[in-house]
Each structure stands twice: as structure tokens, then as C-alpha cells.
Design a protein around this ligand. Structure first.
Ligand SMILES: [Zn+2]
Length: 489
């Protein structure tokens, strides 16, 4: 065993002797710069302080709230302090504002007045005074579940227990919510209880409708703590008829302007070509959004900081964009693409980070098999971070989606999602969930890949034609999501 290992080591040394000097001599400059960026992120990276500034000092950042505005101002200030150029906040209109008010619920049947833990889903209406009703179990809330109980829903409060907590299920449930609540309203339900899938009474939130149009959910919709869900289901299984009182107050206001925060490092030879490096600055409002998406915002700013600190200048312009309105259905990135549509031919790629601070595992290439060879080549110098996968699945779940619909090559960093989904959109999404080395690895991979794409002599992939986009949208079904989100009108 030992002898074999020694043999293997000496063989490796011999191989290195033969190949290292040669390959080093051939290292293209963009690759050397990418390696220096990795070193800079590990040695001096500020990503954790960026997350702390957003999560600890500002807190939750629901678009349209005072905190979101503070975050936009802070990000603009940071970009200026880093020496980025063309730093600006680009406004776009949101049709309504929303702020959480108090919400309470109680089990009132069987002589009880027992409090239940609830929190509104965002952009949902209040109850306009307490409402009471018997609970009807709508299972996982799929269309067939609603059809099965439709005749029993009238005047009642619907309990839905969405299934699954992996990325695919989260996306399914996210897109299903608006239709589900509308169907329940049509069947006569008074309100909806959506089971939180998190342990220990942790509540979850998300929008129900995409709010690009300023639409509220069709019914008051609250997250119900898992333990209370199980209580209701036990009572139902014993043929009890649990009756709930729900009292929800949310403040809904008029139209307002939110802003995306933008800054650039101008390129040297191909300055009119752009690489967009983005993440969303906003968060949901139950927690301070450390992983979702303080971590991505921190990665965008650290990419800018590290490039400036090393005095690097890529061939192409890198445009750093901190989007807002992502949690309402990618409203900010949709507005960005509308505003910059004339630049889409010159937008070489859009890189987005939005799966928290877990270690990097590869790239989602969003239906693009034609980018495989180039992604592999870009990932070669990153072998120290493990094996990278390329996943071709296409879905609209974060700010790359409007770029995808324009045919612009777009990548999401795949990260270990195990630290992410247990706290995503909850009060527990705090900086202590970040493992610093894993996060630094993710930031290093994100920064060095963005730089390499901006600096390599040849363009990264190409923009798809309208026909190719349509074919890809049909084949992957992402077109349905683009329509639901208002990306495709
Ligand atoms: Zn996010």
C-alpha cells in the first residue's frame, strides 16, 4: 500500500516535471489572472463583511420597504468606493407596495382557543377582520387535489401541504401557487394555509402571484407552522372538524420606483462587449436574507473588489448588477433587460449566483448544450474545488431568466444546496449559516469564471436566434414559466 503510494507520487512528480514548465509557459493571460483572483478572494475577500452589512446592519430587504431602499443606497456607495465607473441606480416601476402587518390564527373548535403560528405570504391581501371556517385538507395542492375536494371547499379554510424541498419541487410549488390560490377562491375558500416544510415551527414566505403587474394573491394566504399542520391533520384523521379563526392585516400601497444598482469595470480592447455579473440585493421579509441573497450580492461586490485590488483590466466590460424585485418574480432583472434590450447583442454572458453560500459544484447552462466545451475549458483551472458538473436544465427562478429568454448565454453557479433550503425565505436565513471556506470557494469560482469570460480573446458562445430560443423554450418547457413570470408577454 505504502510502496504503491510512493510509486504513484514519484510518477506524478515525473509527469509534473515533463508537463508543468510547458503548460505554464502556455498559460493564457486570462487564466493567470483568474488564478490570481482565486488567491485574492481567499487572502483578502470581503464577501462576509458584505453579507453582514446587508443582513446584520440593514436586515430584511423586501423591495419597496425602507430597508430595501437603504440596501440600494448602500450598494451604490460600495460600488463607488470600489472605484467602479458608471455607477447608477436604474429605476423601474412596481405597481403596488406591500408591507407585512400582524397575523394571528387560533384553533377554536372543541372548546379550544389555541394559538397557531402563521405568517402571511408576501403580496397577499389581509382578511379585513377575523374570518372563521372549518379546515379542508387539499393535499399537496396539485390541480387534481383541488378537483378532488372542490365540492367541500366553499366557506372553508384550505390547508395545503406542498411536497418536496429540493430545487425542482421549490420551483414547481413557486409556479403553482398563483393558480392554486385562484382555483381555491373559485371553489369558494375563504383563506389558504400553506404548510411550512421547515422544522421547529419555522415559517416560510414567498409571493403567490408574480407582482410585475401589481397583482395581489386571490385570497389571504399564510404559512402555517409544520407542527400545527400535523396537529390539524391528526384531528382530521380522527374525524374531528377543526375550525380556525384567522386575522391578517397587511398594508398595501400605491405604485413606487425600485432601483437596480449598476456599476462597471470598463474593458480594454472590446469595451463595448459586456459580461453581466449579477445577484439580487432584495430579500423576503421574514428574515435578513443572508443566504438568499446576501451571499450572491456579496459575491458580486467581492468580484469587483478583487479585480480592482489586483489592478486587472479585462478585454470586455464587466457590468456588475445588483437586481431588486427578484423575490416578486424577477421584476428587476426583467426591467433591466427591457431597458438594455439594444445591448443584448453585445452582452456576451450573464452570470448569476442565487443558491446561497454552499460550495461550488458546477454550472446550470439553462438549456444550452452548445456551451459545454467552453464551460469545461473555463472550469479546468478550478479543479482544486472538486469535480464540476454542467446541468442543462432550464428554469426561470432567478435573475438570469430574462437573459435566457433573449438568447444570451447565461449561467447560474450550482452550489451545495443542503445549507440553503432549510432556511431559505425564513427568519433563520442569517449569516451564521455560512461556512466561510465553502463560501470563499463559491465566490472564487464565480469571480474567476466571470473574469475569464470577460478577458478571453474569443467570445463565450453566441446569442441564440429567435427560432432557437423558441425551440429551446418548447423543449425544456421554460417558455411556460417565462409567460407566467411576464418575461414573455
Ligand atoms: Zn434568491
Amino acid at each position: 500500500m505504502t510502496r504503491r503510494r510512493v510509486h504513484a507520487v514519484s510518477l506524478l512528480a515525473l509527469l509534473l516535471l515533463f508537463f508543468l514548465p510547458q503548460s505554464r509557459a502556455q498559460t493564457p493571460p486570462e487564466r493567470a489572472a483568474a488564478s490570481r483572483l482565486i488567491g485574492e478572494v481567499f487572502a483578502n475577500g470581503q464577501q462576509l463583511s458584505y453579507v453582514s452589512a446587508l443582513s446584520d446592519r440593514i436586515g430584511s430587504r423586501l423591495t419597496g420597504t425602507a430597508n430595501a431602499r437603504r440596501a440600494e443606497e448602500w450598494a451604490e456607495g460600495e460600488m463607488k468606493r470600489l472605484g467602479l465607473v458608471n455607477v447608477r441606480r436604474e429605476p423601474y416601476r412596481m405597481a403596488a407596495s406591500w408591507e407585512r402587518g400582524p397575523a394571528s390564527a387560533a384553533l377554536v373548535s372543541g372548546g379550544n382557543n389555541r394559538p397557531l403560528a402563521v405568517a402571511s405570504y408576501t403580496w397577499t391581501p389581509g382578511t379585513e377582520g377575523p374570518v372563521e371556517g372549518e379546515v379542508v385538507d387539499v393535499g399537496a395542492g396539485r390541480p387534481e387535489d383541488v378537483r378532488r375536494v372542490a365540492s367541500q371547499v366553499k366557506g372553508r379554510i384550505a390547508l395545503v401541504v406542498p411536497e418536496g424541498a429540493d430545487l425542482d419541487s421549490v420551483i414547481y410549488n413557486f409556479y403553482r401557487a398563483a393558480g392554486l390560490v385562484r382555483e381555491l377562491k373559485d371553489a369558494g375558500a375563504r383563506a389558504v394555509l400553506l404548510a411550512a416544510d421547515k422544522p421547529h415551527s419555522i415559517l416560510y414566505t414567498a409571493p403567490v402571484e408574480f407582482t410585475a403587474t401589481g397583482k395581489l394573491a386571490a385570497l389571504p394566504t399564510v404559512s402555517l407552522a409544520r407542527e400545527d399542520v400535523l396537529l390539524l391533520r391528526r384531528l382530521l384523521s380522527q374525524n374531528q372538524t377543526p375550525r380556525i379563526r384567522l386575522d391578517v392585516h397587511n398594508r398595501i400601497g400605491g405604485a413606487f420606483d425600485a432601483t437596480n444598482v449598476v456599476g462597471e469595470i470598463r474593458g480594454s480592447g472590446l469595451a463595448d462587449e459586456l459580461v453581466v455579473v449579477g445577484a439580487h440585493l432584495d430579500s423576503n421579509d421574514l428574515g435578513p436574507g443572508a443566504l438568499d441573497n446576501g451571499a450572491g450580492s456579496g459575491a458580486v461586490l467581492e468580484t469587483a473588489r478583487a479585480i480592482k485590488a489586483l489592478g486587472l483590466r479585462p478585454r470586455r466590460t464587466i457590468r456588475f448588477v445588483l437586481f431588486t424585485g427578484e423575490e416578486e418574480g424577477m421584476v428587476g432583472s426583467i426591467a433591466y433587460v427591457e431597458r438594455h434590450r439594444a445591448e443584448m447583442d453585445k452582452t456576451v454572458a450573464a452570470l448569476v449566483m442565487d443558491i446561497g453560500a454552499g460550495r461550488p459544484q458546477g454550472w446550470f447552462s439553462m438549456g444550452r448544450t452548445d456551451l459545454d466545451a467552453e464551460i469545461r475549458e473555463l472550469s479546468e483551472p478550478l479543479a482544486q474545488f472538486g469535480d464540476f458538473t454542467i446541468e442543462h436544465a432550464a428554469f426561470a427562478a432567478t435573475d438570469n431568466a430574462p437573459f435566457m429568454a433573449e438568447g444570451v448565454p447565461n449561467l447560474i453557479l450550482i452550489q451545495d444546496e443542503t445549507p440553503y433550503f432549510p432556511v431559505h425565505h425564513t427568519i433563520a436565513d442569517t449569516p451564521d449559516k455560512i461556512e466561510p471556506r465553502d463560501y470563499a470557494s463559491a465566490v472564487a469560482v464565480f469571480a474567476s469564471t466571470a473574469y475569464a469570460i470577460a478577458d478571453r480573446p474569443q467570445r463565450f458562445g453566441r446569442r441564440l436566434t429567435a427560432d432557437e430560443i423558441k425551440r429551446m423554450a418548447d423543449e425544456t418547457k421554460v417558455g411556460d414559466q417565462w409567460r407566467a413570470a411576464g418575461i414573455w408577454k
